[in-house]
Ligand binder design. Structure first.
Ligand code: PLP
Length: 390
């Protein structure tokens, strides 16, 4: 078909640059070992930090909710799509996060699109250059002015804040844990600057929910900043093990978003089974002390060993451990070699990361055993030598 020729050209170019990514089709559910092409491989790329995708309480809650409510909510939240299970989930999320209120969306992605609705043409949004795509897209949907600061550069952030005194609202937005590098945002410094320059602080804790803070309450709790961060976005899709997103904050924020946030108003709410699983997950998180300890012990062990092998793990300080190898084709080749060794770790390349910062990203979970991690380290060493990285 002639009209697709420009698409075909772009696809061809991606293939030439080694950036074309076919999707992997898995024959088993999310777990530490998964089946692909009839082969069992060690999974080191999922966001299933605590192994909750298979938690018996969450499965039982989903099944019970299907029996009680059916499989779909039937509507957007503002018509007939708010069931008591959604309401209960929001109450328990707010209590868990220590905020007045919480509002649930269909995903973390749509949460960011929705929350940015608070910005109008007289406002400015100030964003870390490495913030997640859903924050960037959320910002693009607003009429607010935009400023970008270099990654975690607090001097630049202060300079921007100083210049932005004339705007009605100043909003500083950051990932809590940066998804490609696994480093943590300097939230205490951001909060101090925001207080000095009268700005709103917005943290997206997608990779911090269930990972950082007491029982996985997130980066605000981790830094002891409860009450000083105005907007905490979290996801229910990663460590929480199901799918969905939420914002935790003041009641007035929730009230406003219910009236204005377009993903909330114009897209059907979470199925009741999903809301029920998420509710069960919060109860699991409240008793997650040992799981959290295991997660961080595994992450520390793996990162140290990867570094000892001689690899570059960049700024990693969380269970996200990138192994940075350079140009896109090299990163994809490294990922392929690891899969031949029985280890799945996703290659991540431009434009998700800089052209010369292609990497294979490992995500360690609480459910990986020491043997699993040693197996991955063996594969890394072997593949690294084959590729001339070591
Ligand atoms: C994954 C991610 C999201 C999207 O969350 P979903 O629930 O998967 O839509 C949003 N923000 C950040 C920082 C993320 O890493």
């Amino acid at each position: 078909m002639g009209s697709w020729s420009s698409l075909e050209r772009e696809l061809e170019q991606l293939k030439q640059e080694g950036r074309y990514r076919p999707i992997s089709v898995w024959e088993s559910g999310s777990d530490t070992w998964m089946t692909i092409g009839g082969r069992r491989v060690l999974q080191m790329s999922s966001n299933n930090y605590l192994g909750l995708t298979n938690h018996p309480d969450m499965k039982a809650a989903a099944i019970a909710a299907i029996e009680q409510y059916g499989v779909g909510s039937g509507s957007v939240r503002t018509i007939t799509g708010t069931l008591s299970i959604h309401d209960q989930l929001e109450r328990e999320l707010a209590a868990f996060k220590g905020t007045e209120a919480a509002l649930v969306f269909q995903s973390g992605f749509t949460t960011n699109q929705g929350v940015m609705t608070i910005l109008g043409p007289d406002d400015v949004v100030i964003s870390d250059e490495l913030n997640h795509a859903s924050i960037i897209d959320g910002i693009r949907l607003t009429k607010a002015q935009r400023r970008i600061y270099a990654h975690k550069d607090m001097d630049q952030l202060e300079a921007v804040l100083r210049e932005c005194g004339g705007f009605a609202k100043r909003l500083v937005v950051t990932d809590g844990v940066f998804s490609m590098d696994g480093d943590i945002a300097p939230l205490p410094a951001i909060v101090e600057l925001a207080e000095k320059y009268d700005a709103i602080v917005y943290v997206d804790d997608a990779h911090a929910s269930g990972v950082l803070g007491r029982n996985g309450k997130g980066s605000t709790d981790h830094f002891g900043l409860t009450g000083r961060v105005h907007i905490q976005v979290g996801t229910l899709s990663k460590a929480v093990g199901a799918v969905g997103g939420y914002v935790a904050g003041d009641q007035v924020l929730k009230d406003f978003l219910i009236q204005k946030a377009r993903p909330f108003l114009f897209s059907t709410s979470q199925p009741p089974s999903v809301a029920a699983s998420c509710l069960a997950a919060i109860r699991v998180l409240k008793q997650s002390g040992e799981l959290m300890e295991q997660l961080w012990a595994n992450a520390g062990y793996f990162r140290t060993k990867v570094q000892e092998l001689g690899f570059d793990t960049g700024a990693s300080e969380t269970p996200i451990v990138p192994v940075i190898v350079g140009e896109p084709a090299r990163a994809m080749r490294f990922s392929d070699l690891l899969l031949q060794e029985g280890v799945f770790a996703q290659g991540i390349v431009y434009p998700t990361v800089a052209m010369d910062k292609g990497r294979v990203r490992f995500i360690v979970t609480a459910k990986h055993t020491r043997d699993d991690l040693d197996h991955a380290l063996g594969a890394l060493e072997h593949a690294g030598r084959q590729l001339g990285l070591l």
